[in-house]
Design a protein around this ligand. Structure first.
Ligand code: ATP
Ligand code: MG
Length: 411
């Protein structure tokens, strides 16, 4: 492998005029954290790019870490050389020789990031292109749709050459778009919703409702494991608030309105989540709802349930199909944990025929008829147990994931 650097390109943050400097610093910190287990690496940030010197470390391993960092548009393995025409030409031939398959057509694209470089970009395209053509006579230039594009990025400290790019996770750097409170169940959906929200730059704190002793400790452990996994994407510790929902839930089963139990539960969950959001400075609540998935996610149910809140209720998965959500869960690494067979508080109390179109007035009247419900909601929010999860403990699992991807062919 001849590549000795990685070029990292930023994504949507280019849109964010005045905040750009802060975003770029945040992204650099996150990249350094995601690759913190690779001490050989050296980082250098310039405007709109991070250059990572590999110093012999594995590109594949670094690429696996970079793929988890939000705000990265794409990255490439690159070969660096001196910024002079002869070195660039020689290195271009070396890079070309290392291609796994010889293409039929190509083009050279030079970007002159260092304006002091004596040759214009057009001349460099010609100097490099003709050297390659002389060495590979079967090759043809195609400036419109080349099979391989050799890019030459000329900077004052050196010139970077590369032929391939990998897409990054995109979005905004974590935490650069405010904070939200996530409702995290043990299912497949809410961790994917979390990933989508984090990708948009939202910092998250998570809240999980359990009905211990009706639900087991294992079912809470599963959620802790999911939150810990999400903290890898956060690049910093993530707070998980555990709320005992047993009393409230038990009370709802005694209303004589069995078909409304889920509606009532969801509304209380959101009310508690909103109290926690206000307490911890979060400006929105996030759930894993997806339109039509279950009775509580019909348009009618979403309307009645959503009215509990004053804060914006974000449902990143609302328009996604279940299979798309599953594919995403597999890709981000939460699926295996999500499908562990431990009961959730909602599955335990699920009525035979939950309402798909609850009536708001009936629901509100039922809530008013429950004595002390407001206090129970406040108490549940106050008696929250908060744990802080960090990525450290799952480095081992991360390596296992890396091992599995060893046979992936990047070039
Ligand atoms: P599944 O993958 O089984 O659909 P789910 O987590 O999406 O799992 P739903 O019954 O569809 O479960 O719940 C809809 C949303 O409500 C969840 O995505 C989550 O945001 C929230 N939620 C449900 N149960 C809980 C819970 N026990 N604690 C916190 N949030 C919950
Ligand atoms: Mg769901």
């Amino acid at each position: 492998m001849i590549y000795d650097f990685i070029t990292v390109r930023f994504g949507e943050i280019t849109l964010k005029g005045r905040n750009r400097g802060r975003f770029e610093q945040q992204l650099l910190r996150h990249v350094q954290d995601a690759l913190g287990h690779m001490p050989e690496l050296e980082f250098n940030k310039t405007y709109g790019r991070i250059y990572i010197k590999l110093n012999g470390a594995s590109y594949k391993e670094a690429a696996a870490g970079l793929g988890k960092v939000f705000g990265i548009h794409s990255f490439s393995p690159v070969k660096r050389t001196e910024s002079d025409a002869d070195s660039i030409r020689e290195t271009a031939l070396e890079v070309w020789k290392s291609l796994p398959k010889e293409p039929a057509t190509f083009k050279v694209s030079t970007k002159r990031g260092w304006k002091g470089f004596p040759h214009p970009s057009y001349d460099m395209n010609h100097i490099v292109g003709s050297a390659i053509l002389r060495a590979y006579p079967g090759l043809a230039v195609d400036v419109h749709r080349p099979e391989t594009e050799l890019r030459v990025d000329i900077q004052p400290e050196g010139t970077y050459l590369y032929c391939a790019s990998e897409p990054g996770a995109g979005g905004f750097p974590y935490g650069t778009n405010g904070k939200a409170m996530l409702l995290l169940s043990g299912g497949i959906d809410s961790p994917v919703a979390a990933w989508s929200a984090m990708r948009k730059g939202l910092e998250l704190e998570a809240v999980h409702f359990h009905s211990y002793p009706f639900t087991s400790e294992q079912s809470t452990d599963k959620v802790i494991e999911l939150a810990r996994w999400l903290s890898v994407y956060a690049g910093k510790p993530l707070k998980l608030h555990l709320v005992s929902f047993t009393d409230i839930q038990t009370r709802f089963t005694q209303t004589g309105q069995e078909h409304l139990t889920i509606t009532l539960m969801r509304r209380s969950m959101l009310a508690i989540a909103e109290l926690l959001a206000e307490k911890h400075g979060a400006g929105a609540v996030v759930t894993g709802d997806s339109l039509g998935q279950v009775a509580s996610q019909t348009l009618g149910s979403m309307n009645v349930i959503g009215r509990t809140l004053s804060l914006p209720l974000l449902r990143p998965l609302v328009m996604m199909d279940k299979q798309e959500i599953i594919d995403k869960a597999v890709q981000i690494g939460t699926y295996e944990t999500s499908i562990l067979p431990f009961e959730d508080c909602c599955t335990l109390f699920v009525p035979k025929s939950p309402s798909t179109n609850p009536n708001l007035r009936v629901v509100e009247r039922t809530e008013q008829s429950i004595e002390g419900l407001g206090d129970m909601v406040r108490l549940a929010a106050e008696n929250t147990e908060t744990i802080v999860l960090s990525r450290g403990e799952i480095i081992k699992r991360k390596s296992a994931v890396l091992q599995e991807s060893e046979d992936r062919d990047w070039f």
